[in-house]
Design a protein around this ligand. Structure first.
Ligand code: GTP
Ligand code: MG
Length: 498
């Protein structure tokens, strides 16, 4: 944003900026600023006009023609190699014409020199030869400078090449002007010129226009100078941050294979890449949550199946009671009440109990449980066949010894104890089964988790990669933003403290 200022304000503000640049070791740009300010202070208002365009458009010839001189070299091959300044005659040195090398020069130094001259100039004259008016390079250049707010004059040179038989010159002009309008380029003027005789040449009008640039009023002059200073600042900041920008851009190139063309494209990339990252992360989270939930639900359903199994119905409980009652101290059998006979009876009753119980445990607990687990793990993602054979080992061996150990001798006298005893046996059997089950399931699910992670390692890797891509773009975006902030601050006379 240009804010109108008077000369002392402008001098004061940009002195400060020049000083800041100098302190940062940028003598080059500080020097340029001081030059412009010195010129302003000396009241030597000059307007500089940069002639640019593709090689052999006739830039040098045109300047020669304008100045009625042969000072500049011309030729059919790329000719001009450096920027030359020429004073437009009759302007007291107040209008400077800058001849530049062709912008399509392959020489990087030439390009650089040209771009510098363009940035410094108050006005840019884009010279296109009659046959290349709509060359892509010309239009792109026009657009870039038009976006910067540069004053632009477009010159169609070599109009002596126009032949009237295909279309009239008026039609040609209309066509050119419509194309420029379509391109959205704002021009101050279009001139049609020829350095040789041609009825269509507006060379004189063009010369008059340029000569008119010496008569700038104070306000325009200050504005012009300010624009020039701001462009120097833009260059300076661009260079100051060049290292940072280059290294971040290199990172982006490494990751993406190319770098965004401009800030708008960078912003688009950033939005896209950040969205892709969110999607990857969410998909991963959801998959993982679903996997963990399924495991938990399975484990719970198996435990419930054990807890609810009916393994001691009435007949079984009666057999248990019968066995426990035979263990009471006053229990004796046979006429002689022999100890051997009593023991044999106890064993007989115990075996009847455990035989019944074992059948129940097998048919109503272990078999349904194994079937259910087998069915479930076939459906579990990352379930493994080896688990099915391990499942066969899930069993309890209910022996006489096993049930005898659960008897509480002190309680035998109680008439209610036999029922409690059977409940104790049932609880013990279920606890044993659950203990084994949980040991197996712990191992299985650990294996499943490991398989899951291995399987998803590439997904995880993708997420990591995506994070890097987003981070690299953000860094580049950050340095570009910093550049913009510095330029804004400096152009409004504030010096940033980095
Ligand atoms: N027919 C015709 N030829 C021209 C005109 N202007 C320049 N030329 C010729 O075009 C060729 C290139 O002219 P230059 O003035 O050297 O072109 P330039 O744009 O300065 O080229 P570089 O310095 O190489 O970028 C020369 O041979 C000129 O004689 C013109 O108006 N009409
Ligand atoms: Mg030239």
């Amino acid at each position: 944003m240009q804010v109108m200022m008077d000369k002392p304000q402008l001098l004061e503000r940009y002195e400060r900026v020049g000083q800041w640049l100098e302190n940062r070791g940028d003598k080059l740009h500080a020097g340029r600023i001081h030059d412009v300010l010195r010129e302003l202070a000396a009241d030597h208002a000059s307007t500089s006009v940069a002639f640019c365009g593709l090689f052999s458009a006739g830039k040098s010839s045109l300047i020669n023609a304008l100045c009625a001189s042969n000072a500049l070299q011309t030729g059919a091959v790329p000719t001009t190699a450096a920027v030359h300044a020429v004073t437009l005659p009759g302007t007291n040195g107040r209008v400077q014409l800058l001849d530049t090398p062709g912008v399509d020069s392959t020489d990087e130094a030439h390009r650089e020199a040209t771009m510098n001259a363009l940035h410094r100039a108050d006005l840019m004259v884009l010279v296109a030869d009659y046959q290349h008016v709509e060359a892509e390079e010309n239009l792109e250049l026009l657009r870039a400078f038009s976006e910067e707010g540069k004053r632009i004059v477009f010159v169609v040179n070599q109009v002596d090449k126009h032949l009237d038989f295909e279309l009239t010159f008026a039609e040609f002009r209309e066509h050119v002007e419509a194309a420029l309008e379509d391109y959205g380029i704002e021009l101050e003027h279009i001139f049609y010129t020829s350095t040789t005789q041609s009825p269509y040449s507006e060379l004189n009008a063009f010369r008059d226009f340029l000569a008119g640039l010496q008569n700038v009023d104070d306000a325009t002059h200050v504005e012009q100078v300010q624009k020039r200073l701001d462009e120097i600042i833009r260059d300076a900041v661009h260079e100051q941050l060049a290292g940072e920008r280059a290294s971040f851009a290199a990172q982006v190139r490494d990751l993406f294979g190319s770098e965004p063309m401009d800030e708008r494209e960078l912003a688009n990339w950033l939005t896209q890449e950040a969205q892709a990252l969110t999607q990857l992360e969410e998909a991963f989270q959801q998959d993982n949550a679903a996997f963990v939930d399924t495991q938990r639900a399975m484990r719970e359903s198996w435990v419930r199946l054990v807890e609810l199994a009916q393994i001691a119905p009435y007949e079984t409980t009666e057999k248990g009671r019968f066995f426990v009652e035979s263990l009471r101290p006053d229990f004796k059998v046979g006429f002689l009440r022999s100890a051997a006979k009593t023991a044999a009876e106890q064993t007989r009753r115990g075996e009847a109990f455990i035989e019944d119980l074992t059948g129940r445990v097998t048919n109503y607990l272990l078999v349904p449980l194994r079937n259910q687990i087998a069915k479930d793990i076939r459906q579990l993602a990352f379930g493994q066949d080896s688990w099915l054979s391990q499942l066969e080992g899930l069993t309890v061996d209910v022996t006489l010894d096993y049930v005898r150990k659960l008897v509480k001798p002190g309680a035998l006298v109680s008439s209610q104890y036999p029922y409690q005893y059977v409940k104790d046996v049932v609880a013990r059997i279920k606890r044993d089964v659950l203990g084994q089950l949980s040991g197996l399931v712990d191992v299985w699910f650990r294996e499943a988790d490991a398989a899951y992670k291995t399987y998803h390692a590439d997904k995880w890797h993708r997420i990591e990669e995506q994070r890097q891509r987003v981070a690299a773009l953000k860094q580049l975006d950050g340095v570009l933003r910093k550049e913009r902030e510095w330029v804004d601050a400096l152009c409004s006379g504030e010096v940033p403290n980095p």
